[in-house]
Design a binder for this molecule. Structure first.
Ligand SMILES: Cc1ncc(COP(=O)(O)O)c(C=O)c1O
Length: 474
């Protein structure tokens, strides 16, 4: 349940987004809001503080609260790029490994990283919890933790589904080594080499790598940078091609940050159910929402078990512990078998540490802090990107997660920009990583999940200078 102040903040934010409350305009005073809404002064203060932390409003001494002057609002969103029709072999591995290899060094500003800063996570508390849980471990639990994984951990995961209105019992949940393993096992469970898989355009490169490894072919589906996969486009693809599986991210898609509206998620699940095509749903960022409540997974509309929902604690609690899961619907027995016959189980200490935190560690409180930090950092990153990247740059403003997707002017090659930036110790994720052809070659994904404001502005200024140089060199 959203708290009252969160609801009020959300309503005010909607008024700001719709342009009803304009930049520089004064918000109603606390006294006016108390009178008009029938809420307490502390609720109004909390709502205004929240909006201030998110950068949506600013306090002026003795004058009240005003809608922030967001430079970023001037930037348009990236355009929908229609994918080329037809089936494609996938070969992105070499490029992905080159780019990922380069972002690991500590002195590189990690705008290209796929991870948020480890400083945002309760690593100390997790370590203490792991140690306590392991000291108390009954040796028989080692066997009980074999795939599908710790029963109590699966129950805790199932409980989190309840809050989103999703039917997912502990029996269909398989604990895996991060979401990456869950996604790969789900895809493997429902395909054979040579099969066709529908993917987003742009798609998370981990999805393209999985297709490449399993020798599957891709058919790309038009994906709106704010609204996600286009269900009409998917309908046309399913009518034309013998697709064996879909792999989509309805919540805070990587790389765009797009969020599918609930009615589109419902239409998506109805469509795949009608065609009897399994949907592998990657939902690793769902908990990192900036709005009032967690966006529902597509799986919440699944009545017949065609959705294989994959989640993880890597991005919101315990990076490096490698705890993810698949809630695999009708395919759960197949996925469990694949897990058992490939890697047997997930390390017991990792399962124990995450379970201990879920039971004792105030996970929701930690998530609230994390979301508010990320929302603030997004605001700052959008503002700086708009200020420093070349004129004509378009950026997304996702409602969660920690990525921005920027469309640069068309004559800038993002891979070249990445190489130049790296020579200045700045990384970025070039658009070429996210599709089977070069269609997103003038796009970049920027990670704002690293709270180093002192690094961000100089890095974006340098990126802007390098991008401008590339544009004029053509
Ligand atoms: C979209 C997406 N899915 C899945 C993963 C993998 O998650 P995990 O670290 O839990 O394996 C990532 C990590 O970068 C990701 O960005």
């Amino acid at each position: 349940m959203a708290r009252k102040y969160e609801e009020l903040a959300q309503e005010l934010e909607a008024l700001i987004s719709a342009g009803t409350l304009r930049p520089g305009e004064r918000l109603p005073s606390v006294r006016e809001t108390v009178a008009s809404r029938g809420v307490s002064p502390s609720t109004v203060f909390e709502a205004y503080y929240l909006l201030e932390r998110r950068g949506a409003v600013e306090a002026r001494p003795r004058s009240g609260y005003f809608v922030a002057q967001r430079v970023a609002d001037a930037a348009a969103e990236p355009r929908l790029m229609e994918p080329a029709s037809g089936l494609r072999d996938v070969a992105v591995n070499d490029m992905v490994l080159e780019v990922l290899g380069s972002v690991r060094h500590r002195d590189v500003v990690p705008l290209g990283s796929a991870f948020p800063s480890p400083d945002l996570f309760p690593l100390d508390r997790l370590a203490r919890g792991m140690s306590a849980a392991m000291r108390r471990l009954d040796p028989r639990e080692v066997l009980e933790n074999l795939s599908p994984g710790s029963e109590e951990l699966r129950r805790q995961i199932a409980l989190r589904y309840v809050a989103t209105g999703t039917l997912a019992s502990a029996e269909e949940i398989i604990v895996t080594s991060g979401a990456m393993e869950a996604l790969n096992l789900c895809l493997q469970a429902v395909t054979q080499p040579g099969d066709l898989v529908a993917v987003e355009a742009p798609a998370f490169y981990g999805c393209l790598q999985a297709l490449e490894r399993l020798q599957l072919k891709a058919v790309e589906v038009a994906t709106h940078p704010r609204l996600g996969v286009q269900v009409d486009a998917l309908r046309a693809v399913l009518e034309r091609h013998p697709v064996k599986a879909c792999w989509f991210m309805p919540n805070f898609q990587n790389p765009t940050g797009a969020l599918m509206p609930p009615d589109q998620k419902k239409a998506l699940v109805e469509l795949v159910t009608r065609h009897r095509v399994p949907l592998v749903e990657d939902d690793v960022y769902g908990e990192l929402y900036f709005g009032v409540r967690r966006p529902v997974p597509a799986k919440s509309f699944d009545r017949e078990g065609w959705v294989m929902h994959c989640g993880s604690f890597s991005k919101n609690l315990a990076p490096g512990y490698r705890i993810g899961w698949a809630s695999a619907g009708r395919f759960a027995p197949l996925v469990e078998r694949l897990k058992l016959t490939s890697t047997l189980s997930v390390a017991v200490p990792s399962q124990a540490a995450v379970l201990h935190f879920l039971q004792h560690g105030a996970f929701d409180k930690h998530l609230r802090q994390l979301r508010s930090t990320l929302a603030r950092q997004q605001e700052q990153c959008v503002r700086l990107a708009t200020r420093h990247l070349p004129a004509g740059t378009r950026v997304t403003r996702p409602e969660g997660g920690y990525f921005l997707w920027a469309e640069l002017p068309p004559d800038i090659d993002a891979l070249q920009l990445h190489r130049l930036a790296l020579s200045q110790n700045i990384s970025l994720a070039p658009g070429q990583l996210f599709s089977t052809d070069g269609r997103f070659r003038h796009h970049v994904r920027l990670n704002y999940g690293h709270p180093r404001p002192d690094q961000l502005e100089p890095a974006l200024r340098t990126l802007g200078r390098l991008a401008a140089r590339l544009a004029t060199a053509r």
